[in-house]
Design a protein around this ligand. Structure first.
Ligand SMILES: [Zn+2]
Length: 235
């Protein structure tokens, strides 16, 4: 059996497994395309087949990727991160919306009137409502003490709800933080504070900027890595 990885002009990567078989088979699993082909099948034959099947492949790649994502989707979750700690999570239908958060579990009640297809969104909103006041409190304090250390003065602190942004700093000297950081460990949230405050001095990601970040957050690479690795787990 031989395995070849293909990177071609086609808009997807694939893997070809040659073995003693009679026909070519395409399989897509978790966003990965695998072609099983009889020994001796030419790469031209496979390229032509893939080009012909391109629409089908793209459709199914997208579908299995979406499925992989929904594996960690809110309603299927059994755990939630709070300050980087994983705690058991469950939800139930109830007359009223509610979030119960203890050190041992997070339990969310979704009103029965909410349509099934809206439940995931509703759950997310409830968690957001729970975390935003905590985030406000946390970042007020964290920014105040860090700003003192760094000798800078942000004009305002905002809490935001962004899918792909942890924080911001603008030319009005306002800094903002994503409420989802309340699910990350404190040392990670602290790094984001340092990052945004460092932008008050350097409005870019220049070497000078990173030097300033390193000075106040020596582990910043670890924090960046944590965020990259856990982004999909943060609700
Ligand atoms: Zn930045």
């Amino acid at each position: 059996m031989a395995i070849l990885s293909g990177q071609t002009a086609l808009p997807f990567n694939y893997q070809v497994i040659y073995s003693r078989r009679r026909s070519v088979q395409l399989a897509i699993k978790a966003g990965q395309l695998t072609i099983r082909a009889p020994k001796g099948t030419s790469s031209q034959f496979i390229s032509a087949l893939l080009a012909r099947k391109q629409q089908w492949i793209l459709l199914h790649l997208a579908r299995t990727e979406a499925e992989a994502d929904s594996a960690v989707a809110a309603l299927d979750r059994h755990e939630i991160l709070v300050s980087g700690q994983s705690i058991p999570f469950c939800w139930q239908l109830a007359a009223k919306a509610n979030v119960v958060m203890t050190e041992r579990q997070c339990k969310v009640s979704i009103p029965t009137r909410v349509k099934p297809e809206r439940r995931a969104l509703y759950l997310n909103r409830q968690l957001q409502e729970y975390f935003v006041p905590l985030a406000e409190q946390y970042f007020q304090q964290a920014v105040a003490s860090q700003a003192q250390l760094m000798g800078c003065k942000p004009k305002a602190i905002r809490i935001g709800n962004w899918q792909r942004k942890w924080g911001f700093c603008n030319s009005l000297s306002e800094v903002g933080f994503n409420w989802r950081l309340m699910q990350a460990p404190t040392w990670v949230a602290e790094y984001v504070v340092v990052h945004e405050l460092a932008h008050l001095t350097h409005m870019n990601h220049s070497n000078a900027f990173w030097q300033r970040v390193t000075k106040f957050s020596a582990d910043y690479r670890l924090a960046e890595q944590w965020l990259k690795q856990h982004q999909r787990l943060l609700l």
